[in-house]
Design a protein around this ligand. Sequence first.
Ligand code: NAG
Ligand code: NAG
Ligand code: NAG
Ligand code: NAG
Ligand code: NAG
Ligand code: NAG
Ligand code: NAG
Ligand code: NAG
Ligand code: NAG
Length: 391
Amino acid sequence: MMSTEVFLCLVLVLLSDVLHPWSEAEGLVVGLEVHQSARLSAALGETVTLHCNFTCTLQGRDRLYGKFYRVEGGKNIYTDNNTVSRTTCTVSSIIANITLESEAVYYCEVKIPTQTQGTGSGTAVTVYAEPSSMEIPEPQTLVVDTEALLSCAVNGFYPQNISVTWFHRDLQVPLTSITNHLTTNRNGTFSLTSQYRFTPAVRDNGIVCRCQASHPAWRCHVTLEGVLDVNYGPQSLNLTSQNRPVLGEGSNKTLELPEESPLDVSCWPDGNPRPWTGWFKDRGDGLTPAEPPVGCSNETLHVGAVQREDEGVYWCVVKNSYGERNTSFTLLVVVHDYVTSFIARLLATVIFFFLVALMLICTNIIQDNRRRTGLNHGEREPGLSGLKEDD
Ligand SMILES: *[C@@H]1O[C@H](CO)[C@@H](O)[C@H](O)[C@H]1NC(C)=O
Ligand SMILES: *[C@@H]1O[C@H](CO)[C@@H](O)[C@H](O)[C@H]1NC(C)=O
Ligand SMILES: *[C@@H]1O[C@H](CO)[C@@H](O)[C@H](O)[C@H]1NC(C)=O
Ligand SMILES: *[C@@H]1O[C@H](CO)[C@@H](O)[C@H](O)[C@H]1NC(C)=O
Ligand SMILES: *[C@@H]1O[C@H](CO)[C@@H](O)[C@H](O)[C@H]1NC(C)=O
Ligand SMILES: *[C@@H]1O[C@H](CO)[C@@H](O)[C@H](O)[C@H]1NC(C)=O
Ligand SMILES: *[C@@H]1O[C@H](CO)[C@@H](O)[C@H](O)[C@H]1NC(C)=O
Ligand SMILES: *[C@@H]1O[C@H](CO)[C@@H](O)[C@H](O)[C@H]1NC(C)=O
Ligand SMILES: *[C@@H]1O[C@H](CO)[C@@H](O)[C@H](O)[C@H]1NC(C)=O
C-alpha cells in the first residue's frame, strides 16, 4: 500500500515537472519577496537564530523549501537546522555555540517549486567577545620619585577595536603616558596589555588607579582598580606631649615640666612602610637610648616622674629603608615652682609678723598719746603706777 502511494507521488512530481519545464530545471519565476534583518550581533558561544519571512502564495499541495546559506569561495554553503513554517511563511536556522568562523552574511533562499523563488538581501552576522579575563598584576614595588609602570591586561576579546583609558585619582591619564600591546590568541580572540608610565609622589600612596576598557560591541565597559602602595621615607615628624605643649620650632623645641610630673612625648612620623621609631638622650658624650627596651620601636617617650637629672636634649629618630629623619627637644625641669612657693610662704609669714608688730607698736603709741593729753585721769596703768610706787 505505502510503496504504491510513494510511487504515485513520484510519478505525479515527474509529470508536473514534465508539464512545466520552466519550473525547476530552468529556474523559477524570481519574484518572491524574502525579508530578513540586515544585521545580527552575537556574543561568542551564544546560540543565534536566523529568521526570514516571505509573502505567502502557497496553495494546498505546494511544496516549500527554505534554507540559509553563506558564500565561501564562490560556493553556497547551506546551514543546518533549517525550519520552514507553512503557516507563518518563515524560515529559521539555529546556529548553536557561535564561533568566530560563524561570521558571515547569511542569505535566506525560499523556493516554491512550480511557482516562484526568492532570496533575501542577507543578514550579516557579527560575533563579539567580551574579555574572558582582565587583571592589573601586582606592580613592582612603587618608590616615590622613581618611574613606575602599571599594567592592565584584557584577555580574549573580539574584535580588536578596543580602547583603554586610565584614571589616576579620577583624573584621566593623557595618552602620552600609555602604551598598548595587542596580541592575537590561538582561538582568534585578542588580548591587550596597556601600560601606564608615571612617577609616584608621596600623596599617591593609597590612591586608586583605574583601567577602563571599552569596545563598540560590548554592552558596557569593564573597569579594574588598583590601589597604589608607594614606598617613601619619613617626610614629617610631629611631637605631641600629653600634659604641656612642646614649644618652639626646628632645633629650638623645649618642654618645661615641673619636677615629679610625668613625661609623655610621642613622635609621629609618616612614611611607608611605617618607620622604626626610637628615642635617644644626648648625654654629652653621644646618644644613648632614652628608655628600655633598647632597639624596640616605640613612638612614646615615657618617664613616670621627671627629676632634675632628666633634663637634657632628647632625640626622636625615625627610619625605614627609604629614608631617615630626626627631631629633638630640650627638657627643662622646673624645681623653681617649689622654691617660689617656699619663698612666698616665708615672705607671707614675715609680712604677717611684721604687720602684727606694727599693730602692737601703733596701739602703744595711741595709748601713750591718750595718757599724755590726760583724758583718762581715773585710769591707772598698773605698770606706771608700779613705777610710780617704785619712785
Ligand atoms: C517580515 O520580516 C520583517 C523584517 O525582518 C518584518 O518587518 C515584517 O513585519 C515581517 N513580516 C511578517 C509578515 O512577519
Ligand atoms: C542544531 O540544533 C540542535 C538543537 O537545537 C543543536 O544541538 C545542534 O548543535 C544544532 N546544529 C548546528 C550545526 O548548529
Ligand atoms: C563551543 O565551541 C567551542 C569551540 O568550538 C568549544 O570549545 C565549546 O566547548 C563549545 N561549547 C558548547 C557549549 O558547546
Ligand atoms: C581564547 O584565548 C584566550 C587566551 O588564551 C583566552 O583568554 C580566552 O578565554 C579564549 N576564548 C575562548 C572563547 O576560548
Ligand atoms: C574596527 O577595526 C577595524 C579594523 O581596524 C575597522 O575596519 C573597523 O571600522 C572598526 N570598527 C569600529 C566599530 O570601530
Ligand atoms: C633658634 O633660636 C635661635 C636664637 O633664639 C635663633 O637664632 C634660631 O634661628 C632658632 N632656630 C630655629 C630653627 O628656629
Ligand atoms: C604633622 O602635623 C602637620 C600639621 O598639623 C600635618 O599636616 C601632618 O600630617 C602631621 N604629620 C604626621 C606624620 O602626623
Ligand atoms: C612603648 O612605651 C610605652 C611607655 O613606656 C609602653 O607602655 C608601651 O608598651 C611601649 N610599646 C612598645 C611597642 O614597646
Ligand atoms: C639628624 O639628622 C641630621 C641630618 O638630617 C644628621 O646630620 C644627624 O646626625 C641626625 N641626628 C641623629 C641623632 O640621628
